[in-house]
Design a protein. Sequence first.
Length: 344
Amino acid sequence: MELDALRRRDRQDVVVFDPVNLDTFQRERGAAWAELDGLVHRAGRRPERLGAEGVRRLGRLYRAAAADLALARRRFPRDPTTIALEQRVGRARHLVYHAPSRRESVVSFITRDYWVAVRQRWPALVIAAVLLLGSGGLSAVWADRDPGRAAGLAPGAYEAVTQPRPHGADLRLSASERTGLSGEIFTNNIRVTLLAFAAGIAAGIGTALLLLWNGVQLGVVAGLAVGSGNGRVFFELVTAHGVLELSCIIVAAAAGLRMGWALIEPGRRTRARALGLEAREAVQIVLGTAPWLVVAGLIEGFLTPAGTGLATVLSVGFGVAALYWGLVLALGRPRPTPAPETSP
């Protein structure tokens, strides 16, 4: 019923007649053209300034003016009135078919869309965090209790912090050695971040296995470091940039898990369609997360070699991660749904 009523209202604005002369045409349609000009002027470049009713009225007047232009081109193709009407319709077209500019799209993505996309995936975020951090915690306990077996899973690059030493003893690592070890951890985390997203194409199983394996490795190294008396040095090396990097891994993995779920449960869409839509959003999430990996890299490059102490790296590491997740909560809040309009 409402659709039929709207169509009837549209037809009322589109006056189709065979004008005798130009004066009649201008007199009959001039008021509607003037109203269209007024709405275009009020809106500027933002049609939302007109409000819901104003936007609907703009659309009706634009369609009526476009019909008038078609008629004018047939009857008065070279008259200044037709030329002016073409310009009028052209000015209104960009509002009726409004699309944000590239600059507006980038700003919107940085300030809102990215954070909304991350927050909307909170179930996948929880699953990714449990897989990565849960396996890491269990592996750390196991490595501390059974270091002999756990040592076989520790990557060779981390051997320096897994060798037994008196509790609290300095590893006597030079600045370059500390940077190299921290850089190895940073590089590994970037690799895992990208793979965690890409592996989601395998129905999410690849992402889950990757999270479990890297959680186990991280936990084993942490458990061996603590058990061998090198826990303080280990956390000084990884905490400043590691907490943010783990957050990035979890976010990228959540995007990968959602891609996998699109294959398993596409809803009413085809699997190819569901995967394509989810993959596009996943790529955007990874691109939005990349600058935070750069931030982690800067922290790793400048803070880690300085040897500022455990208190400083803990403050920086958890502080930057808290900033990131605070932005997810603050900027990722869904917009309130406007109340439906009621007819008087």
